[in-house]
Write a protein that binds this ligand. Structure first.
Ligand code: UDX
Ligand code: UDX
Length: 483
């Protein structure tokens, strides 16, 4: 019998599952897609009539949802129905770093993936192709296959059969729709050639065949970890160079431009910033570290762990510079934080550099006003684990160390009055057009602009009489002797 794909389900309606299925549904009108999640609030948000209230913000997503939702794309919490009907099931659930037990702090917690595999084993009918979309430790497919095999071992379930494929997602948040519509490559790893071809045919609806790569399953899993590790390592590399630029009088943007012209290096991913964030980089590198340690490759583990260590150091360094420039104390000083998301064009704050930097500044006693066009006050409160200061009441007074500061959220930019400093942490477009001449008049003198994304209008800031610290720009800061 020829196995024909009609119904596709995805478990996990997050930043990966939601946009991926939406784009697939928009490109494959003859297929039907279920996106299922255990979180009913999230599913309700995906089904919200008001498209500006979808659970995630991605440029272009709203328009795609408008054209596909409730046509060939259904967001639901009915996991049983979604699995029963599916010919292909994508697994896009979260795989956080373990906090306890063996591998704590490094390896991924696969409890959700395992739970999904068990549900698939229970509810599926006939032949089902299982596709790993989540970033997973190498050899996870083996775990999934074992769980599924155990389901087929008893007589009642003997009619079930499964093929497990790895098809990692390479989308970056903020450009997810563009990345999905026009991927650099689609990677399909597996052993079952016919299942691989069926998955490939779905992508061929919009992706040129030559961009679809077939590998064995372990190569595919490892390629995803390696890809993220290389990207993160590039960011750590350029950030480490930014520190050298600052003390030598060089400018990291100029260095990036110069090295980026070397076609072997390439010009992308060389923007020095406040340190990489996002749900994947740190987690995936730590997975690689764990894998290397597990196989006794201590030096390899150490090499990759340093990419994460230097990122932590770099984030701390930025908070320290702010304190140092403001005469060694920021106690009770108002500091404006521009941007909390881990990068522009997303409302995601996972592992955002802003979390650590804001916490450090609050613990130094600063009074922060945090602005972000897409992140909510509640999300910031969750991330900082410090309550927002409201109506004259500071709930954060630490009686052992009464220097602790506080923070408030603002959704507009009318916030510069009496501020000692502004710190730009996310490269939102609107920050590029701030009229620093007007802002300067409202701030305390001398006031500082700290630009960790190199986006402010340098000439305007200088003309306005503000002090400027721009990450990695030694020409703004003098040489080490002067600092
Ligand atoms: C996550 C991982 O972070 C990433 O490494 C992986 O590549 C894909 O999955 P993301 O989509 O950004 O990426 O995660 P998240 O936004 O947390 O979404 C996961 C969703 O899965 C959540 O909505 C969660 O409720 C759901 N889930 C989890 C299930 O539906 N069932 C489960 O058993 C567990
Ligand atoms: C990343 C990978 O790019 C993507 O392929 C994978 O599927 C998931 O992980 P994402 O985390 O969404 O995507 O965003 P990305 O654009 O890679 O940025 C990650 C972090 O690095 C951000 O904090 C960003 O600000 C930072 N970054 C990126 C820099 O500081 N400088 C750069 O030049 C590029």
């Amino acid at each position: 019998m020829v196995f024909k794909i009609k119904n596709i389900s995805c478990i996990g309606a997050g930043f990966v599952g939601g946009p991926t299925m939406s784009v697939m549904a928009s490109k494959c009108n003859d297929l039907f897609f279920h996106v299922v999640d255990i979180n009913d609030e999230r599913i309700d948000a995906w089904n919200n009539e008001d498209l500006s209230r979808l659970p995630i913000f991605e440029p272009g997503l709203k328009e795609i949802i408008e054209n596909t939702r409730n046509k060939n794309l259904l967001f639901t919490t009915n996991i049983k129905a979604a699995i029963e009907s599916a010919d292909i099931i994508f697994i896009s659930v979260n795989t956080p770093t373990k906090t306890r037990g063996i591998g704590a702090g490094k390896s991924s917690d696969l409890k959700w993936v395992e739970a999904c595999a068990r549900q698939v084993a229970e509810f599926s009918k006939g032949h089902t192709i299982i596709v790993e979309k989540s970033t997973l430790p190498v050899r996870t497919a083996e775990v999934i296959q074992k769980i599924l095999n155990s389901a087929t071992s008893d007589l009642e379930n003997a009619k079930k059969s499964f093929s497990v494929l790895s098809n990692p997602e390479f989308l970056a948040e903020g450009t997810a729709i563009r990345d999905l519509e026009n991927p650099d490559r689609v990677l399909i790893g597996g052993e079952d050639k016919s299942a691989m071809l069926l998955l490939s045919q779905i992508y061929e609806n919009w992706v040129p065949k030559e961009k679809i790569l077939f590998t064995n399953i372990w190569s595919s899993e490892l390629a995803k970890l390696t890809s993220n590790a290389f990207l993160a390592q590039r960011v750590s590399s350029i950030n480490s160079i930014s520190a050298i630029c600052e003390v030598t009088g060089a400018n990291v943007r100029e260095v990036s431009r110069a090295i980026g012209k070397d076609s072997r290096i390439g010009s992308k991913f060389l923007d020095s910033g406040p340190g990489f964030g996002g749900s994947c980089f740190k987690k995936d590198i730590l997975n690689l570290v764990y894998l290397a340690e597990y196989f006794g490759l201590k030096e390899v583990a150490k090499f990759w762990e340093e990419v994460v260590n230097i990122n932590n150091w770099h984030q701390k360094r930025i908070a320290q510079i702010v304190v140092q420039k403001l005469f060694g104390t920021i106690s009770s000083k108002k500091i404006i934080i521009l941007g909390f998301a881990f990068k522009a064009n997303t409302n995601d704050t996972r592992e955002s550099a802003a979390i650590r930097i804001c916490k450090d500044l609050i613990y130094e006693g600063a009074e922060l006003i945090i602005h972000d066009p897409k992140v909510s006050m509640l999300q910031i409160e969750k991330d900082l684990q410090i309550k927002q200061f409201s109506s004259g009441k500071n709930e954060n007074i630490d009686y052992l160390n009464n220097n602790i500061g506080n923070w408030q959220f603002s959704n507009n930019l009318n916030i510069f009055d009496d501020a000692h400093a502004v710190l730009v942490l996310t490269e939102w477009e609107e920050y590029k057009y701030i009229e620093w001449d007007k802002v300067a008049k409202r701030m305390v003198k001398p006031a500082w602009i700290f630009d960790a994304r190199s986006i402010v209008n340098i000439d305007l800031v200088k003309k306005s009489g503000l002090n400027l610290w721009s990450l990695g720009d030694g020409s703004q800061q003098g040489t080490k002797d002067e600092i």
